[in-house]
Structures are given as structure tokens and as C-alpha cells.
Write a protein that binds this ligand. Structure first.
Ligand code: ADP
Ligand code: AMP
Length: 219
């Protein structure tokens, strides 16, 4: 299965991708997370992209396409992969078509007011990338990651100024990607409101049920 989750920032793609990738046993490839890891490690790529990301702008196509293409050369993607946050432009979708064409796209459909609310409360672990929400999904102890005890941070691009930029970039650059895949009949729309569990159940249905013989113990 070669799947991508498409939708605006804050729609819950990363939250659901963690579950779906565990259930289907395919790697969850978040280009945002890969870029944040490059920034944390202060690699040349990280230094090049941090200004774009902090402001809420997209990273240039050539950089992100090369990064993903290299990742897709790893042998662990043989059973498939789940992309989260890629492609975000039609140029990226066209490039992906040449080296790893998708067979399904799930579109996370959600009203903008709900996004603002979710992003305002998002906290992330800067070490493992796990995502929390102050209201809907708080950590067990306030302010620290359940998994590794690291103090949680607000992403710099979840500040209101950067969120405004990201939503406008989404409408201009990423919404046409939805039309690109709709024209190829690859898109399933999933209403992304409701609880994490409700959305997950809709995703299972959209994917035609859970894979046989694989149960929740994979989570
Ligand atoms: P995306 O990857 O699409 O940007 P995230 O998965 O990071 O979105 O989710 C954005 C925020 O919303 C996070 O704080 C997350 O905990 C929270 N969240 C995700 N799914 C839901 C949901 N169904 N209901 C309420 N909050 C949610
Ligand atoms: P995300 O974690 O998916 O919300 O992405 C965070 C940020 O990383 C985005 O606002 C962009 O700056 C950058 N980014 C992630 N994926 C891409 C992509 N496919 N193309 C360009 N920029 C990206």
C-alpha cells in the first residue's frame, strides 16, 4: 500500500498516521518530522530550511523531493509506506509519480475553525515527535512526554502568525494537489471532526477494513 494523508495543518494527519502505520506495519513518513529532525541536528539541510518552516512557508520543492526520494530508497518501504505532509504542491505530486506512484490518498476534511483550535493547543515532544493537545489529548503529567519524559514544546510554526501563513499556503499550493489526485480517482474523503477514535474508525472503513490477521496488538 502506497498511501498519502492529505489535508490542512492541524487536521490530525500525524495523529492518525501513527496508528495506521502500526496497524498496517508500513513506515510513517512525515516530511515535516524529517525536516524538524534535520533542524535539530543542524545539518546543512536543516540550516537551509529553518527560516521557511518557522515562518510557516513551504520548503522549496527541490529540497523536499530529494529528501523524500532518498528516504524511499531504504528497504523498509518494500511493503508500502504512509506519507504524511507530502506531496504539498502539484510539482511534488508530479515528481512522486516518477519514482513512487501512490495508490490511495485520504483527504482529511475539516472546518477551519476546528483547525485553529487544535493548532493553538498542540504540544510536541522535541525528541520523539509525539503529538499532544492541551484540551483533547493531554500528556499524563503536565508538560512532559509520556514516552520519554522530555519537556513538551509548542512548535514555532504553531504561533498564530505562522498558522495564518500555513493556512493560506495550504489553500494556494496544496488544495490543487487534491484536484490532481481526484482527477486520477485516488481520493477517499474522511470527515476529520470527532474524536481520534471516531476518525480512526472512518479511516479503517475508507481503507476497506483492517489488514487480515493483524490486530490492535500491533499498536
Ligand atoms: P496534522 O499532522 O494534520 O498537522 P496533528 O495530528 O498534529 O495534525 O493534530 C493537530 C492537533 O490536534 C494535535 O494537538 C492533536 O493532538 C490534536 N488532534 C488530532 N486529532 C484530533 C481529534 N480527532 N480531536 C481533537 N484533537 C485532535
Ligand atoms: P508538518 O509537520 O507536516 O505540519 O510540516 C511542517 C512544515 O514543514 C511545513 O509548514 C513546511 O514548512 C515543511 N514541510 C513539510 N512537508 C513539506 C513538503 N512536502 N513541502 C514543502 N514543505 C514541507
Amino acid at each position: 500500500m502506497r498511501l498519502s494523508f492529505l489535508g490542512p495543518p492541524g487536521a490530525g494527519k500525524g495523529t492518525q498516521a501513527q496508528r495506521v502505520s502500526a496497524r498496517w506495519r508500513i513506515p510513517h513518513l512525515s516530511t515535516g518530522e524529517m525536516l524538524r529532525a534535520a533542524i535539530r541536528a543542524q545539518t546543512p539541510l536543516g540550516q537551509e530550511v529553518q527560516g521557511f518552516m518557522r515562518a510557516g512557508n513551504l520548503v522549496p520543492d527541490a529540497l523536499v523531493i530529494r529528501m523524500l526520494r532518498e528516504r524511499l530508497e531504504q528497504p523498509d518501504i518494500r511493503p508500502g509506506f504512509l506519507l504524511d505532509g507530502f506531496p504539498r504542491t502539484v510539482v511534488q505530486a508530479e515528481a512522486l509519480e516518477t519514482f513512487a506512484p501512490l495508490d490511495r490518498v485520504l483527504y482529511f476534511d475539516i472546518p477551519e475553525a476546528e483547525l485553529l483550535d487544535r493548532l493553538a493547543g498542540r504540544l510536541s515532544c522535541p525528541v520523539c515527535g509525539r503529538v499532544y493537545n492541551l484540551r483533547s489529548n493531554p500528556p499524563r503529567s503536565p508538560g512532559v512526554c509520556d514516552d520519554d519524559g522530555t519537556p513538551l514544546l509548542q512548535r514555532p510554526d504553531d504561533r498564530p502568525e505562522a498558522v495564518r501563513v500555513r493556512l493560506s499556503v495550504y489553500h494556494q499550493e496544496t488544495a490543487p494537489v487534491l484536484a490532481y489526485y481526484r482527477a486520477r480517482d485516488l481520493v477517499e474523503s474522511v470527515p476529520a471532526t470527532g474524536s481520534v477514535e471516531e476518525v480512526y474508525q472512518r479511516i479503517l472503513r475508507a481503507l476497506g477494513g483492517a489488514p487480515p490477521g493483524r490486530s490492535e496488538e500491533a499498536l
